[in-house]
Design a protein around this ligand. Structure first.
Ligand code: ATP
Ligand code: MG
Length: 783
């Protein structure tokens, strides 16, 4: 048994801390020497840089337990940043288990966003906000940007709000406020980017609102401008721990660096091969620079993988080896043998879903000669959320219980968003976006003109829309039926708001009252459409969800922040989620469907970011493979319906990058009577030929030939051409070009490296200059 023998820790420690310190330390048991070092090196910066499944998160958690057990910090003095709320919850549970006690009050364990919002509420006034500020969701954000764009007399159709949202997000990820955006970026969005950004930020302040990016940006700005505030937190957070450090963006990085600058007790863990959020501004460079940022840092590498069997690990290592510019790591496992990675091709996405459904049930029963795997132990990880529907449909049909994580969420449904807008108004009556959403829902006899009148009134008086409405009614600018309805709404909001001002108010009752008095419930009761009963059910569910919160504001905050909506009920369920959401998780059996070029690797990511995009996709594949403990099944379909259109698909290039020795190719069931017999084939052969014949495709043939597979390291034949960017970027409107996927077209517009091309067959698309060539040059390229 090991005791907490760090005697320094006793100095000045309380009696209870000392008593804790001589208790056994179960959290150290079973850790390997490198992990122990990471846990026990308490002073100064520590970096754990290691591959998937090597026990980074486990060591990080043990470190928290150790800090507490040694009395180095109280629970509320530890800042621990994880990637999802779910991960934070699990970490809390694990620490509690390690210490054999419930850990009360680790308020600073959570995601960057959840911690950011807490800090910002405390210091909102330093950012020009009130502490009850609203957090906008994407929809609200877009609506607001549309207004900002319209106010600047810009045609939103040509310069869409979504594009501006992306640009602003990109700037915020770099911790640039409107004044910090460098001149080199000023040309974006028709030279109006920075100005509109400033206008948008101003509007947010007026609305007492912020978007997700602000949760960090504001805090970083406050820290930079108010050293006294920063110092207070530098002292308060005695230890800082960060999981998945490879996916931090610049703003998060600055935030951490500022906080750690005093005592430098920061421990970061990550894996450069698992950096998958570059598209959202993550900088893998942050992890590679750690030793420079924190000189003298102890760097700990872990090599033993405890999660996966030999074949799974070999498949992952083989695949990721194709990426250039990685640190490179050796990984080994004691789990020898086991099943090879299974690879199967299907006729179409429906067949793939059918097969996976049957396979999941078979695994659950323990047939196929394998140990049973409960449904909770199985996951389907998809590249794109539109892939989920086929599985959901199939599983509903056969009654296979499933949970979707990160898919279309409960809180994104129309009725829920409306109801929440009412709750938001009750909490912050000057939440104009919420007001706009519900002012005429249910109908109160207010036409567009009345709404404009309210807006004008509010603008004239410099007030919120609610106040504008109040005045417009009082002054008779809006009368009649609409006026009466509006007056009732304004008075109701006043009442609800007053109710929220009472401490310990019954927020569940209040929520029910709001839904009744507003007429919102009645609206759906009166509606005779087939979906109305479902919507009423959802509203009930919403009120039920409120019970586990202290008040409306706490609940609204929770909803604004949740990234995962897994209901923790008892029933066994198979999990469906995106690869991105699966980071850090593990399952005994994993299905990776849809390994088809264009879908995975995603065409969009390659078009937008070229080779960099492809490498990020490959890391995503690596993350997917390394989630599996015992059984991994990769599949692809020859045909897929994407947004209602049939497309024939080629197997993913990643399939050919898997080391053949560790892969077993399964025979697909076939659609036409089962098996692969001649009769079965001929029954459907014409139909197959009429669509796309996957089984004759080069990818399929290559797969069939795997028994004499391509020797490792030998490149596959290239279907994609990398073109020297400098040589071809000088396109201008009117040029004829050729794109490998979309064929010939004419350039309509250029914006830096981005071109808008009217393709002869594929329609108008935005492409990166590096992916097209001048039309004449296309003839020389060996596709
Ligand atoms: P990822 O990169 O995917 O986030 P990770 O490095 O964080 O992986 P963990 O999730 O901490 O890895 O650990 C992977 C699995 O190995 C877990 O089930 C964990 O309990 C187990 N594990 C970690 N360290 C040890 C150990 N020393 N002995 C036995 N099992 C271990
Ligand atoms: Mg982890």
């Amino acid at each position: 048994m090991t005791n907490c023998d760090d005697t320094d820790a006793f100095e000045g420690a309380s009696l209870s801390a000392r008593a804790m310190a001589v208790r056994p330390t179960p959290y150290l048991q079973g850790l390997n020497p490198a992990q122990r070092e990471a846990v026990e090196t308490l002073d100064g910066p520590v970096l754990m840089l290691a591959g998937a499944g090597t026990g980074k998160t486990r060591a990080l958690t043990a470190r928290i337990a150790h800090l507490l057990a040694c009395g180095r910090a109280r629970p509320n003095e530890i800042l621990a940043v994880t990637f999802t709320n779910k991960a934070a919850r699990e970490m809390k549970e694990r620490v509690a288990r390690f210490l054999g006690a419930t850990v009360e009050g680790m308020p600073w364990m959570g995601t960057f966003h959840s911690i950011g919002v807490k800090l910002l509420r405390r210091h909102a006034e330093l950012a020009g906000l009130k502490s009850n500020f609203t957090i906008l969701d994407t929809d609200d954000q877009i609506r607001l940007l549309k207004q900002v764009i319209a106010a600047a007399n810009i045609d939103e159709k040509r310069w869409p709000a979504r594009q501006l949202a992306g640009l602003i997000d990109h700037w915020k990820n770099r911790a640039w406020g409107p004044e910090q955006v460098p001149a080199a970026e000023a040309s974006h969005f028709n030279n109006m980017g920075t100005e509109l950004y400033a206008g948008y930020q101003q509007r947010l302040l007026t609305l007492n609102a912020c978007d997700f990016g602000d949760l960090l940006l504001h805090v970083v700005t406050i820290f930079q401008n108010h050293p006294d505030v920063l110092e207070q937190y530098q002292r308060w957070f005695r230890y800082i721990l960060v999981d998945e450090y490879q996916d931090t963006n610049i703003a998060q990085y600055l935030w951490l660096r500022l906080l750690a600058a005093g005592h430098r007790n920061i421990c970061c863990v990550g894996d450069d091969d698992q950096s998958i959020y570059g598209w959202r501004g993550a900088e893998v460079g942050n992890i590679l620079r750690f030793e420079k940022d924190f000189p003298g840092a102890k760097v700990i590498r872990l090599e033993q993988n405890y999660r996966s069997t030999e074949h799974i690990l070999a498949a992952a290592s083989g695949l990721i080896a194709a990426n250039a510019g990685r640190l490179g790591k050796t990984l080994w496992t004691e789990a020898k043998g086991g099943e090879k990675v299974r690879l199967i091709g299907h006729w179409d996405g429906e067949e793939e879903a059918r097969w996976i459904g049957e396979e999941a049930e078979a695994l659950q029963r323990g047939t196929r000669g394998l140990d049973p795997v409960s449904l909770n132990g199985q996951a389907i990880l998809v590249r794109a959320s539109h892939q989920m529907r086929a599985f959901e449909d199939r599983f509903l049909t056969i009654g296979l219980p499933y949970r979707v994580i990160g898919g279309p969420r409960f809180y994104e449904r129309l009725e829920i968003r409306d109801a929440m807008a009412y709750f938001r108004l009750a909490v912050s009556p000057d939440d104009d976006l919420a007001f706009e959403r519900v002012v005429n829902t249910p109908r109160r006899g207010l036409g567009d003109k009345a709404v404009q009148t309210i807006q004008m009134q509010a603008r004239e008086d410099g007030t919120s829309l609610l106040e504008g409405a109040r005045y417009a009614v009082a002054s008779g600018r809006i009368g009649g039926r609409g006026g009466a309805g509006l007056r009732a709404l304004v008075e109701a909001v006043d009442r609800w708001h007053r109710a929220t001002q009472v401490s310990d108010y019954d927020h569940v009752r209040l929520a029910e009252t709001i839904l009744d008095e507003s007429g919102y419930t009645a609206m759906w009761q009166a509606e005779k459409t087939p979906e109305a009963p479902g919507r009423l059910e959802n509203l009930k569910e919403l009120v039920k969800a409120l019970e586990s919160f202290d008040n409306l504001q706490g609940f609204l905050e929770h909803v604004a922040l949740i990234m995962d909506n897994d209901s923790e009920d008892a029933e066994e369920k198979i999990t469906i989620m995106t690869l991105h959401a699966a980071k850090g998780l593990e399952f005994p059996a994993v299905f990776l469907p849809g390994w088809e070029d264009g879908l995975f690797p995603s065409q969009r990511s390659m078009d937008e970011s070229g080779l960099k995009g492809l490498e990020e996709e490959r890391r995503l594949a690596y993350v997917g493979i390394t989630r599996a403990e015992r059984l991994l099944t990769i599949s692809f379909a020859g045909n897929r319906r994407v947004y209602g259109q049939w497309q024939s698909q080629m197997p993913s290039r990643f399939i050919d990058e898997l080391p053949a020795d560790h892969v077993e190719v399964l025979t697909p069931p076939g659609l036409y009577g089962g098996g692969y017999g001649a009769a079965a084939m001929s029954a459907g052969i014409e139909d197959r030929a009429a669509r796309a014949d996957v089984y004759n495709s080069p990818g399929w043939k290559r797969m069939q030939d795997r028994s004499q597979a391509r020797p490792l390291g030998q490149p596959r034949e290239s279907r994609h051409v990398v073109i020297d960017l400098d040589a071809v970027s000088a396109f201008e409107a009117g040029d004829r070009v050729f794109h490998q996927k979309f064929g010939y077209g004419t350039v309509e517009m250029t914006e830096g490296e981005k071109l808008r091309v009217a393709f002869d067959k594929a329609g108008t698309k935005h492409v990166v200059a590096g992916y097209v060539v001048a039309a004449g040059a296309a003839d020389d390229i060996p596709f």
